[in-house]
Write a protein that binds this ligand. Structure first.
Ligand SMILES: [Zn+2]
Ligand SMILES: [Zn+2]
Length: 347
């Protein structure tokens, strides 16, 4: 029994070789000459497979890359390595690697080296921030006329604040553009979920209903990409306004935080009623507090009250609204479509 390589006569042969020749010939290792790592020059994120890692642990990433770049023949059952890094410059690093290779009881050490090259590539988020990327549009639209400056300021404030908060959690949340459109506002945002939440937040704060629609924006990795639009329709009426719908006069008593409905008071009876924003889209806005006039009381009974019409000075008999009590010798009224209505409260 002798080694086919060196001719020595050991007690045991491995593939026809003595252990020394086996270590030299068979326990080999190879590594790519050049290992490339993509790094974003803007934020320092590093690409791993198809993902970008923010605030990466550089050394861990380099070690992982080295591990992946090593190839060993099947005779090697196990290996481990140590690396010394020598920086040529921040983007070019030499890795000197000592590797311990094992096959059964045999252990040997080999030395290899590779060059790690950092390649500058803008990461997905940075290229989106610097491009005009958006995932969804938030539209805020008035039902008629224009949004008031007060409403606009409130809405812009809410959008900015929400993005400021979200940005701390997720760098991918940002506002791409904002513009005035059809008397309302449009916001282009990078995150569809944030846009949706904002739409509901604004409808709660200002009143109004939310509608959503999706538009096919293309395909990515074999999947359809949709761009969402969340549209908030701000009603034309404001708190305490008088509105008319189906020949009935209402006063708006609550617009916000009322479960997606508007709380109204029937002017004639004083009864409270809830109505959907949708149903109220065609309501006619009669006006606000400026409609209220004062009528002199002529006489009063349990259910009825006689007053002077403030315009014609005719005596008019009106039914008292629920739980209504007079104070002094006048009552607040409004005159709408030729009829007089008693107003229970003035604010
Ligand atoms: Zn030998
Ligand atoms: Zn980046």
């Amino acid at each position: 029994m002798f080694c086919v390589e060196c001719g020595s006569e050991p007690d045991e042969l491995f593939d026809g070789l003595c252990s020394e020749c086996f270590k030299k010939r068979k326990l080999n290792i190879d590594i790519d000459e050049r290992i490339e790592i993509e790094i974003c020059p803007v934020c320092g994120s590093v690409k791993r497979k198809s993902n970008w890692i923010e605030r990466p642990d550089m050394e861990a990433i380099m070690l992982k890359k080295i591990d992946e770049s090593i190839s060993v023949p099947y005779e090697v059952e196990k290996f481990s390595f140590n690396v010394e890094f020598h920086e040529e410059d921040p983007y070019n690093i030499i890795a000197d690697i000592s590797v311990e290779l094992r096959s059964g009881d045999m252990v040997t050490e080999k030395y290899i080296s590779s060059k790690i090259v950092f390649k500058k590539t803008q990461c997905t988020i940075c290229s989106r921030i610097h491009g005009d990327y958006y995932e969804a549009i938030l539209q805020v639209r008035p039902s008629s006329k224009e949004l008031t400056e007060e409403q606009k300021n409130l809405i812009v404030e809410k959008v900015k604040k929400r993005i400021e908060i979200k940005k701390d959690e997720k760098r991918s949340v940002f506002l791409t553009a904002q513009e005035e459109m059809h008397g309302g506002l449009d916001f282009y945002l990078s995150d569809s979920g944030v846009t949706k939440n904002l739409a509901y937040e604004i409808s709660r704060a200002v009143g109004g209903s939310v509608k959503s629609s999706a538009k096919l924006a293309g395909r990515e990795d074999g999947q359809n990409i949709y761009r969402m639009t969340y549209s908030v329709r701000i009603p034309a009426y404001e708190l305490n306004d008088f509105i008319e719908i189906d020949n009935e006069i209402f006063r708006v008593k609550k617009l916000k935080d009322s479960g997606g409905k508007v709380v109204l008071k029937v002017v004639k009876s004083g009864e409270r009623r809830l109505m959907d924003y949708k149903r109220l889209e065609n309501a006619e806005v009669l006006g606000g507090d400026e409609l209220i006039q004062r009528s002199v009381i002529v006489s009063e009974s349990k259910d009825e009250i006689k007053v002077l019409d403030p315009e014609s000075y005719d005596t008019v008999t009106l039914l008292k609204p629920e739980d209504f009590e007079t104070e002094g010798d006048e009552v607040p009224v409004i005159k709408v479509m030729g009829y007089l209505y008693i107003i229970e409260d003035e604010g």
